[in-house]
Design a binder for this molecule. Sequence first.
Ligand SMILES: Cc1cc2nc3c(=O)[nH]c(=O)nc-3n(C[C@H](O)[C@H](O)[C@H](O)COP(=O)(O)O)c2cc1C
Length: 400
Amino acid sequence: MRGRIVLGVSGGIAAFRAVEVLRGLVKAGCRVHTILTRNATRFVTPRTFAVLSGERADVSLWEDEAGPGVDHVALGREADVFLVAPATANVLAKMAAGVADDALTTYALAHRGRVVVAPAMNTAMWNHPATQQAVAVLRARGATVVEPGCGFLAEGEVGVGRLAAVDEVVGAALAALPLRGPLGGVRVLVSAGPTREPVDAVRVITNRSSGRMGVALAAAARDLGAEVRLLAGPGVSVPPGVTTERFETAADLGRLLAAHAPAADAVWHAAAVADFRPTHVEEGKLDRRGGALQLALQPVPDLAATLPRPGGRPYLVIFAAERARELEARAGAKMARKGADAVVANPIDEPGLGMEAARNRAVVLTRLGVRRDFAAQDKEALARELLLALAGEIVASCRR
Ligand SMILES: Cc1cc2nc3c(=O)[nH]c(=O)nc-3n(C[C@H](O)[C@H](O)[C@H](O)COP(=O)(O)O)c2cc1C
């Protein structure tokens, strides 16, 4: 279990999006107990939240025919994060003032962990000094405020006030969870996906990488308690709760790795980086009427081998996609050549595995002489196993 969250849902039109927030939290491995205001139940039903979370969803403090009511004091001792999404102007003002006249606001006073609020309302209500003051008070008390976005509001107006993107709300709640687990407090930098090297203004040289392995590693590292930063290539969809930056070319990725590696404890360099890029990039569009074309390519600098690692830190894990029959020999040589601490070797010639596929198998070799085999499985499950297998070496390298 990643953490215990109490999700407060108040009575705004965005209440229906709290269902997606709940699903994101559950998917990330959280236990979620929902408390709705009475007005929220005019938009969504407690049952939806109860069924999707497999936990209680309450409206009242009192035992009645609808349920036993919220034991706000006991729940407040157990929960890590209180997330209010959407937070109405009314609930923000009540929380700031310490009013406790229903289950949600009473719980707000009993909660002992971190608080995250995601306001949603129309622009006039958001801009009202009373709301802005309430938000400032909550922020000053340490709450995270997931700023509302700008766009079409329910009333047909355009302005500030709509609930932030679901991933952003989920990410803020996950980021507020205490860091626990085998990688608790470890800073992990992951690269994922393909690079794209321009040929002309519209064409690129790229590869078949989907980024799925790197994304699975980032999500699994987050779930194991790590502080994760993901460098994601084009087309890679990113998980919530993970700080992400985008790259396009190998040179972009090189700059990001150089900027972030010094602050990382471990780098999982899973991106499929181009080995070559066009020597010359045409400014406009190459035209086939020019006849046959020969592209001159030059090698791209080796990002893993040139990663700045003073004193051998951060711990560097590289990936080697090789033919099965020479998998270990080539992967071992690659690890030595690049000065990496570990290599994840996976075959490129076994059907249904590897690039573009949902599954993979791997052999892991480490510089300290460990060798482990991982059977073919979903990349998500494999990522978790790989992280757990190397957690000991990574944590030990942090202490060096
Ligand atoms: C259709 C409708 C939509 C509403 N949407 C919002 C909203 O998005 N944000 C908000 O702060 N209030 C909104 N309100 C007003 C709140 O429902 C009202 O202030 C209520 O007292 C809030 O109760 P609660 O904060 O206890 O849930 C809306 C009201 C109606 C009738």
